[in-house]
Write a protein that binds this ligand. Structure first.
Ligand code: FAD
Ligand code: SIN
Length: 532
């Protein structure tokens, strides 16, 4: 059993922002940070386009960024939260610049890119690997802080609550508390109990629930599933964002390689493989319409034409400027024999971001006491029914900061819980056939991609729910009798995520933002929706 002042689960932009600030302000606190594989691997690492922040006040304003965010969110954003993130965002960006993160410049000014749904150029970026650069700067900074202890290959299995003290905890229990986590140390293969005065969940997204996703293989929704199991509050799980333009690769790739929306912001145009433009049929903003609209348009064109992909035309763009801004994308295309200046780049939508998650308030509190959450695992109220491009790095930093401000004040009054039992692994044995786990993973991804994708219907959702129920039963039986492994835990977590997305989609009897169903193609107000 280990004790720490603060347990941070996750070392992406959300977990590290919190840890760095807290460690700096309170060198007396012991801060434990966990990653399930290694600290360099996270969704943060792959962020391409950049960070949206109001920077040039001559052309841009907070009000414009607020309106763009609300417009994308399609009526479900929390306006107070949107205002907080937009107005506090630039300060947070300045701080990471002070920590050493670089952003591209034109002379003395930052080079501000444009992405879909933004009415102004406001995306700060470092070439097309902004996330990698931010993570690099943060990990360098963390090395200088002796009270930050990062443990790689420490897989959090479950959050600890009164349930582990033998109390009955239901979704109606008002005072569920978090005491830390049970964690599988993958090097020793032993399960440790880590007890903390306060726990910060920063476990990122869940894109791996779909067959094709831009998210790395670690994105299995562990944090969201753990909070669901501990009876914490979640919301908006039906709103899964599909990025319109992942690179079509007939060989299949996991994760799918992203062709940043910033490429369209730079002037690339969506076309069919015959070179025909089609976005004007869907939205006056054409290739730069918000993501939900562009992804649905591409999906529709692919189905209508019977093609495998649509294309991005970059042939008219300035080659020197393009390769300077998008070196990774250029190299990746060339490695597959696609020359962006001679060939059309084949693209398809891929699961990219779960807008819903652990419900948090304006200071990152969850419904569970001493459990805070920030970053992609949350539903903070910023994104509503659809996230505006490049708003998530910003959101993670703003709420990590707000949690830090709260934690440094209240931590001195908190204690580590006593009497927590160690993990009970009795009556379990090593898995005899890994194929039971790997096959269920494949089935799960097929179910979600075929029935709970960009376009949904009652029949498809019902079919998904029925099949998920079977997978759930099989996996729970396996879990009860098999030694814990990351693969089994991830499968179990993904089934929970799939169940949450599917049942939330069944409940939303309207089409709004990222949730589109052919049975209810219009938007409805809440009462109307419930009565239907
Ligand atoms: P992550 O960065 O995903 O970090 C999660 C951490 O949690 C990891 O350290 C992981 O090891 C750990 N973890 C997870 N589960 C466990 C467990 N069970 N036990 C222990 N540790 C665990 N957003 C933008 O704003 N701008 C962009 O340009 C942009 N581009 C993107 C491009 C791609 C290809 C992708 C995939 C996403 C992009 N996004 C972008 C989204 C953005 O990158 C993420 O939303 C954001 O980085 C999430 O940060 P996070 O800290 O919440 O989670
Ligand atoms: C991109 O670069 O297109 C991704 C931006 C985002 O997901 O916010």
């Amino acid at each position: 059993m280990k004790e720490t002042d603060v347990l941070v689960i996750g070392a992406g932009i959300a977990g590290l922002t919190f840890a760095l600030k807290t460690a700096n302000k309170r060198p007396d606190l012991h801060i434990t940070v966990l990653t399930k594989t290694n600290r360099e691997e996270s969704n943060t690492r792959y962020a391409q386009g950049g960070v949206a922040a109001v920077w040039d006040f001559e052309t841009d304003s907070y009000q414009k960024h607020i309106e763009d965010t609300l417009d994308a969110g399609d009526g479900l954003c929390d306006e107070k939260i949107v205002e907080i993130v937009v107005k506090e965002g630039p300060e947070r960006v300045k701080e990471i610049i002070e920590w050493g993160a670089r952003f591209d410049k034109h002379g003395p000014d930052y080079d501000l890119g444009r992405e879909g749904g933004h009415s102004e150029n406001r995306i700060l970026h470092f070439k097309d690997y902004t996330g990698w650069e931010i993570l690099r700067a943060m990990l360098e900074k963390a090395k200088t802080m002796p009270n930050i202890h990062i443990h790689d290959h420490y897989f959090a299995i479950d959050l600890i609550s009164q349930h582990h003290l033998g109390r009955v905890v239901t979704r109606l229990t008002p005072d569920v508390e978090c005491y830390g986590a049970y964690v599988l140390d993958l090097e020793t293969n032993s399960i440790e109990t880590i007890l903390a005065k306060t726990t910060i969940l920063a476990t990122g997204g869940a894109g791996q629930v779909y067959r094709s996703t831009t998210n790395p293989v670690i994105a299995t929704g562990d944090g969201i599933a753990m909070v669901y199991r501990m009876k914490g509050r979640l919301e908006n799980m039906e709103f899964v964002q599909f990025h319109p333009t992942s690179l079509f690769n007939p060989a299949g790739e996991n994760p799918a390689f992203l062709v940043s929306e910033a490429v369209r912001g730079f002037g690339a145009i969506l076309k069919s493989k015959e070179g025909e433009e089609f976005m004007h049929l869907y939205d006056e903003r054409k290739s730069l319409a918000p993501r939900d609209i562009v992804a649905r348009a591409i999906d529709n064109e692919i189905k209508k034409r019977g093609d495998d992909y649509m294309c991005l035309d970059c042939s008219h763009l300035d080659k020197e400027k393009f390769t300077a801004h998008f070196p990774t994308i250029y190299e990746k295309c060339m490695s597959l024999g696609i020359d962006p200046f001679k060939d059309l780049i084949p693209v398809v939508p891929a699961a990219h971001y779960v807008c819903g998650g652990v419900k948090t308030d304006s200071i990152g509190r969850t419904s569970v006491k001493t459990l805070y959450a920030c970053g992609e695992c949350t539903s903070s109220g910023l994104h509503g029914a659809n996230r505006l491009a490049s708003n998530s790095l910003l959101e993670a930093m703003v709420f990590a900061h707000r949690i830090y401000e709260q934690v440094i004040v209240e931590i001195d009054d908190l204690k580590v819980q006593t009497g927590i039992p160690n993990w009970n692994a009795e009556s379990t044995s090593d898995p005899k056939e890994m194929v039971l786990i790997t096959q269920s993973w494949k089935e799960l991804k097929e179910i979600m991609s075929n029935y709970v994708g960009i376009v949904r219907s009652n029949v498809r959702l019902k079919r998904a729910a029925d099949r998920l129920w079977l997978l759930f039963g099989e996996t729970e039986r396996l879990y009860a009798t098999t030694t814990i492994s990351p693969q089994l835990c991830e499968l179990r977590n993904l089934i929970t995520i799939a169940y949450l997305i599917t049942t939330s989609a069944q409940m939303r009897r309207e089409s709004r933002g990222l949730h589109y169903t052919t049975d209810y193609p219009n938007k409805h107000d809440y009462i109307e929706m419930v009565l239907r």
